[in-house]
Design a binder for this molecule. Structure first.
Ligand SMILES: *Cc1c(COP(=O)(O)O)cnc(C)c1O
Length: 372
């Protein structure tokens, strides 16, 4: 994990949205598989002394983990949670996003119990359809939300989430933004003495391609971690996936490899067995989709099925390959590079799923963290 690249990606998002927009780096799902502690620490150092406006997570347990890691700043829970997580959120001082009025009522009860005003952000559904109050009915629920919050809660922000900001055509995203603005215009003003509500909408793609629509906050994720935010918006790669070769040997024509013996050497070949498999997050689907690795600066194909613990490479074109060599499945080696988006595309999925699918067995090695 190249934390220097991670920090530079953060700066690129910051530059794209401009000085009026504060960042809420999304560190959910263990910072997209990279390791939440290391990632949060790198973001804090990069934006020292205060760190980011807050961090975004999906589950209360993730917010608790941030607290254990020493983060005392804001933690925004960006996803709807099962009902029993709200008390945990209150205890850990997390800021929930509120996706229906019933949640808001329960949050207000918890605030009454806690004896202080608890903050929340209200999600407006403009087309994502997972959660949030419907944009077109903001005039009705806005009044009710303000009534429930009065005196007990701090209505700190409003946000929406885009479904297609990484698509070539941004028309649907612009339409969601217009719906969101319309909803905002229908809301009652903040209570007497309260600050203006913070407005946010953008994931990585909208932050980079629409300057975050000029909102107060932006919520980037994937771009920070090295995944493209739309085909034309490429970050610096952050994660590399590498394994050592345990064994290199010459095999005669007719040798088969792996479960199902799906590959047979058509001639004498050199094969290398790498100590990595789907138990580490190397997708089994990759083998049948033309998956490759880089050994000694040469791209080589994966042959046969990927097992839980090992995968086999055809090293016939790699002079001098031997046990102990490093095989790069994602990342750079010499002039060759395999990007996480390339792997995702081969597997018929997205970079998010590849990164979050890297399992704990694969040790995370952090480079370029810098000193505090
Ligand atoms: C995960 C998430 C993000 C980050 O999206 P990316 O596409 O990874 O930049 C932003 N907002 C919400 C609500 C999310 O759940």
């Amino acid at each position: 994990m190249d934390l220097g690249a991670l920090r530079r990606n953060l700066r690129r998002v910051e530059a794209a949205v401009g000085p009026g927009t504060a960042l809420v780096p999304m560190v959910k799902a263990d910072a997209y598989g990279l390791g939440m502690r290391a990632a949060a620490d790198a973001f804090r150092r990069e934006l020292a002394p205060d760190g980011p406006w807050g961090f975004g997570v999906a589950a209360a347990a993730e917010g608790e983990a941030l607290r254990e890691a020493g983060w005392t700043g804001r933690v925004l829970l960006s996803s709807p949670m099962p009902p029993d997580e709200l008390p945990r959120a209150a205890r850990a001082g997390l800021t929930p996003s509120v996706w229906e009025l019933e949640t808001l009522r329960r949050w207000a009860e918890l605030a009454a119990g806690a004896g202080r005003r608890l903050p929340f952000h209200l999600e407006v559904d403009t087309g994502m359809g997972r959660a949030g109050l419907p944009w077109a009915e903001a005039a009705e629920w806005g009044v009710e939300a303000a009534r429930i919050a009065a005196g007990r809660l701090l209505w700190e922000g409003c946000f929406t989430h885009f479904h297609s900001a990484d698509e070539p055509d941004l028309a649907a995203t612009d339409r969601q933004w217009e719906r969101f603005r319309h909803a905002l215009s229908l809301l009652p003003p903040p209570a007497e003495g309260d600050p203006p509500r913070l407005v946010h909408s953008s994931n990585s793609a909208a932050a980079l391609r629409r300057a975050g629509y000029g909102c107060d906050l932006a919520r980037p994720g994937i771009f920070l971690y090295g995944g493209a935010a739309g085909a034309d918006v490429q970050p610096e790669p952050v994660a590399s996936v590498r394994a050592r070769l345990s064994l290199v040997r010459r095999v005669p024509a007719g040798t088969t490899v792996g479960y199902g013996a799906t590959y047979t050497a058509p001639r004498d070949e050199v094969w290398g067995t790498a100590a990595i498999g789907y138990g580490d997050g190397l997708r089994r689907a990759l083998a049948t989709a033309g998956g490759e690795a880089i050994v000694r600066g040469v791209r080589v194909p994966i042959v046969g099925r990927i097992s839980m613990d090992v995968s086999v490479l055809n090293l016939s074109r790699v002079p001098g390959a031997r046990a102990g060599d490093v095989a790069t499945f994602i990342g750079r080696d010499g002039a060759e590079e395999i990007r996480v988006d390339e792997v995702a595309e081969r597997c018929g999925t997205i970079s998010y799923e590849i990164l979050t699918g890297l399992t704990p067995r694969l040790p995370r090695v952090y480079l370029g963290g810098g000193s505090p």
